[in-house]
Design a protein around this ligand. Structure first.
Ligand code: UDX
Length: 461
């Protein structure tokens, strides 16, 4: 099938490459010529495991091309919209400028029966608002949210744990309860094509994702609003889970309890589950923080602010954990970090990524610098991005050089290089500083203590 992917960021570039890898002919479109040039050479414009191999193979096969020219969308059966929906300047709501811009520039190239598949994370109600413009061309709008995690994006795209397709009332697939799973086919007729045949958008999406569908991946057909909500609800739940355990960390801190043992113990309850109960400096990135804020803003608009009022608390707890990490460093130095050399291990918002958007790691580094510390930041992938955003910090690529002569070491992104591979005895050979703050509860506290370090965890005695 011929597919268009509009927006070649973390989401779109991976989607385009993944779709080419399963046999489709894909054209990726982005307004940024530098990004397009890199992608056209088969190079990933950002760090994402396995992406470069996939891109290179796609480009070499001739099935994957990239351009800045929207006219290249003409002739595709499905046009995925994968542009960003950042937090609005000075507000909480999502900024839909890029979504609207992408759709408007796509309109002249749509044919009757074409499918426009929204992948961007949008406020509920966006599809209904976009639909009239799209449907006026005879094309069909579906919402097909994406659940990929950075660092696992290729795997998550090729082997998703579920596929969700929201269709409009006029295409008839999502009636009443609005849900059909498994191989149940969507009924009803979509817009007629030139040949007069009706297009069933859910069926077309099943064909797009054929390997995953054949492997039995749950395929859930809903209405537009449900599909939009599935995405924000999932992210709100994940954020809540993290802030829940971080709230427990706050209680642990005043009672002497250990939040990691607590998480292990409650995590054995299958209804709770251990995943996403990692207490530490909290969540960041381009999705969870802005998505819960946009959800709150949208709920307010809908007159249901109180229904998700807890998300404000989730956000507040999350931000307090960054304060806590800074406080621990201060505490270790009896209240002043002035001119103390602090090695900050990590800049990316999470491991296996070079993404520094709303990174708790960098936030902590910047605050320590603001308190007069001599901050040295290291990261295996994100230094270039971090330097661009925070040129006032000092960056050292080599982990050991960053630790050398530090008065304190603080782990803020749990890369294997720090969590598993940094032997405390080896760290002791690099510096006489013996303070380690574990912002991700990723280090072996006993081993660090045995090597002579004073260990501070998050929510741990
Ligand atoms: C998230 C969702 O997981 C994904 O489904 C959605 O499509 C996009 O948003 P991502 O932002 O890539 O994905 O990262 P994720 O792995 O969810 O981590 C988000 C943040 O939470 C990171 O900063 C991570 O360090 C933090 N986190 C995660 C914790 O603090 N504790 C945990 O237990 C898990």
């Amino acid at each position: 099938m011929r597919l268009t992917v509009i927006g070649c960021g973390y989401l779109g570039a991976v989607h385009a490459a993944a779709m080419a890898s399963i046999g489709h002919e894909v054209v990726g479109i982005d307004v940024d010529p530098r990004k397009i040039e890199a992608l056209s050479r088969g190079e990933a414009p950002f760090f994402e495991p396995d992406l470069e191999e996939l891109l290179a193979a796609g480009v070499e096969s001739g099935r994957l091309t990239f351009t800045t020219d929207m006219a290249a969308a003409a002739g595709s059966a499905v046009h995925f919209v994968a542009v960003g929906t950042p937090q609005q300047q000075g507000g909480y709501a999502a900024d839909l400028t890029y979504v609207n811009g992408a759709v408007d520039s796509l309109l002249p190239y749509l044919r009757p029966g074409d499918i426009v598949a929204g992948k961007s994370t949008v406020p509920v109600g966006t599809a209904a608002e976009l639909a009239p413009r799209i449907e006026a061309t005879g094309a069909i709008l579906v919402w097909n949210p994406e659940f990929l995690r950075e660092g696992w994006a290729v795997k998550d795209t090729i082997e998703p744990d579920r596929l969700v397709v929201g269709v409009g009332a006029s295409t008839g697939s999502a009636t009443g309860s609005g849900s059909a799973t498994g191989s149940g086919s969507a009924t009803g007729s979509g817009a007629p094509t030139d040949s007069g045949q009706a297009t069933d958008p859910a069926q077309v999406l099943r064909e797009v994702y054929h390997p995953a569908v054949a492997a039995g991946t749950p395929f859930i057909v809903t209405d537009w609003a449900t599909a939009e909500l599935v995405k924000v609800a999932a992210n709100a739940f994940l954020a809540t889970k993290i802030s829940f355990i971080n709230a427990m960390a706050e209680i642990a801190e005043v009672t002497g309890a250990d939040v990691t043992q607590l998480a292990d113990a409650i995590g054995h309850d299958a209804r709770i589950g251990r995943r996403f109960l990692g207490a530490g400096i909290g969540f960041g990135g381009g999705c969870l923080p802005k998505d819960i804020r946009a959800f709150s803003a949208r709920a307010e608009e809908l007159g249901r602010g109180e229904s998700v009022a807890f998300l404000r608390e989730v956000d507040a707890i999350n931000l307090r954990r960054r304060d806590r990490a800074v406080d621990l460093v201060l505490q270790a130095f009896d209240g002043s970090v002035f001119e103390k050399r602090v090695a900050v291990l990590g800049a990316a918002f999470k491991p296996f990524s070079d993404d520094i958007r709303d990174s708790p790691a960098l936030d902590v580094a910047v605050r320590l610098r603001g308190l007069g510390a001599d901050v040295i930041v290291t990261d295996p992938a994100a230094i270039e991005n971090a330097r661009r955003l925070h040129p006032q910090l000092t960056y050292i690529e080599d982990r050991d050089d960053a630790i050398r002569d530090a008065d304190a070491v603080i782990l803020v992104t749990e890369w294997d290089e720090y969590r598993r591979e940094l032997d405390p005895e080896h760290a002791s050979s690099l510096t006489t500083g013996r303070i380690v703050v574990d912002g991700r509860n990723g280090l072996d506290a006993a081993a660090w203590r045995a090597a002579g370090w004073t260990y501070y965890g998050m929510g741990r005695p």
